[in-house]
Design a protein around this ligand. Sequence first.
Ligand code: PGA
Length: 252
Amino acid sequence: MRKKIVAGNWKMNTLPAEGAELAKGIVAQRATAPAEVNFIVCPPFTHLSQVAEALKGSNIALGAQNCAAEEKGAYTGEVSAAMIAALGCRYVILGHSERRQYYGETSETLNLKMARAYAHGLTPVYCVGENLEEREAGKHFDVVKAQIEEVVCNLTPEQFAGLVIAYEPVWAIGTGKTATADQAQEIHAFIRKVLADKFGAAAAETPILYGGSCKPSNAAELFAKEDVDGGLIGGAALKAEDFLGIGQGFAK
Ligand code: PGA
């Protein structure tokens, strides 16, 4: 049985006190969603300590939205994998399309970041996905395949065993446009096949999350698909009720 995961990517939203309140709200309402769903919250770096404190004693895990490609040293403004691990993070989102698009992250950088994450015991949530132009040109399979092959296929089988993947079509992120459940299933199954070609049967255990305007009203339909193992949630992760409501999608 693959893990069911609902992860909240708060992006650059909330101030520390608001983040702590949001985390407390999620803890308080946790029981409204099925027990078997693994919830992860990924606040900005600045709130990790406060949110970790708010999550204490709950079964909600903490993640960061990024980490540095280097171990430590003269890298002004960067935050290392060791630092986020020390604050209680178990997960780190890597390769989000906003990082690829606005901060020039390439497969080369992401290979280094993945290595740093694993070295500090963090589980990467590795994001892939095509933009609108690529989808319209029918190139989405090739784009996603390259994003997997250039990074994930460099992992050892031991590292791969812990990996979480998020498929996020860029045209669906923050736009209110969701991929249909069939579109998601089609590409999730394709991703699993690319993984299986490299890692064999272990690919059957990899959680593949869908991201892009996922909300309580469409989660159940998406999560009903065989290869959709949960969601990476942006906007709807900023309200405890909506975030947990998405987890309820597994109950339907
Ligand atoms: P969204 O963002 O849910 O606001 O579309 C998803 C993401 O970028 O992770």
